[in-house]
Design a protein around this ligand. Sequence first.
Ligand code: UDP
Ligand code: MG
Length: 321
Amino acid sequence: MTIPILYIVIPCYNEEKVLAVTAPMFRDKLMSLVEAGKVAEWSRVLFVNDGSRDGTWDFIQSLSKDDSVFEGLSLSRNQGHQNALLAGLMEAKDRCDVTISMDCDGQDDPDAMDQMLEEYQNGAEIVYGVRNKRTSDSFFKRFTAESYYKLLNKMGGEVVYNHADYRLVSSRVLQEFANFEEVNIFLRGMFPLVGFKSTCVYYERRERLAGESRYPLAKMMALAFDGITSLSIRPIRFITGCGAFFALVSMILIIYVLVSFFSGNTVPGWSSNLISVCLIGGIQLISLGVIGEYIGKIYLETKHRPRYIIEKRTYEGEERT
Ligand code: UDP
Ligand code: MG
């Protein structure tokens, strides 16, 4: 059994408060894994500063100066959680054997890493961290999140239920993942598409240790929508189905109208007329909206813009291992 080099990849956006609490936690965990002989001593904690406006980057720099276990890279602007995480994973893939991604707010239980690494040693290339309870989330978040996972799976997106972005991924998988070039990314739905042996590990998700959620409702809804539209074209098919159904219904209606007309009992049907116009108008607008969403995504993809730009690294100029 070879001892793997582990990189713990952690995106941070305006998290100076919570990092002061969680950074020592991450270091202690990594050290205990090194001592237990589960990971190699060149393992690192890699922070990705996602264009924070507070002192997050300064803090990461001072951490890495004091302790070589910490490394950091800084994006040129805020690119969002998914892109920041991707930047870290792509950076780590050539420097280690296995990565574990997690949030920096201490909500993901670091002790689940032991089991993740065990599964890795047993041959799993991807290990999904799954929350066994959502008691630390508000009722609203729990309800919307759980309904969303169900909807996403119905839409054909292969997403592990109650798995966020706490996940072990081997560098082997990341090398393949580097070929996924889309700009609309939803990592938890994309890793299952890479294949390889995967499994789940269960953990309890805790409360944020400090600061506030960086995922306000609008950002969460954007992520939810991206999740569906980047994994599935079923909404478009659904619209086509609706179109066919309503076309059929209107055919029957036309026959009915013609029969009524010729039998001489037509009544000026103002209300029914108006209702049908509104109904069809509404359905058409929704349909156009959904189609527009996909066209917008195609537009973004054709531009081939970089998904993130790395501005600085704490290990710049050093010999790469
Ligand atoms: N995050 C990020 N960029 C953003 C928003 C969030 O890198 O634009 C990071 C954030 O610092 C945290 C993780 O993504 O490490 C998850 O965010 P948060 O804990 O606020 O989300 P929640 O747990 O409330 O869903
Ligand atoms: Mg959080």
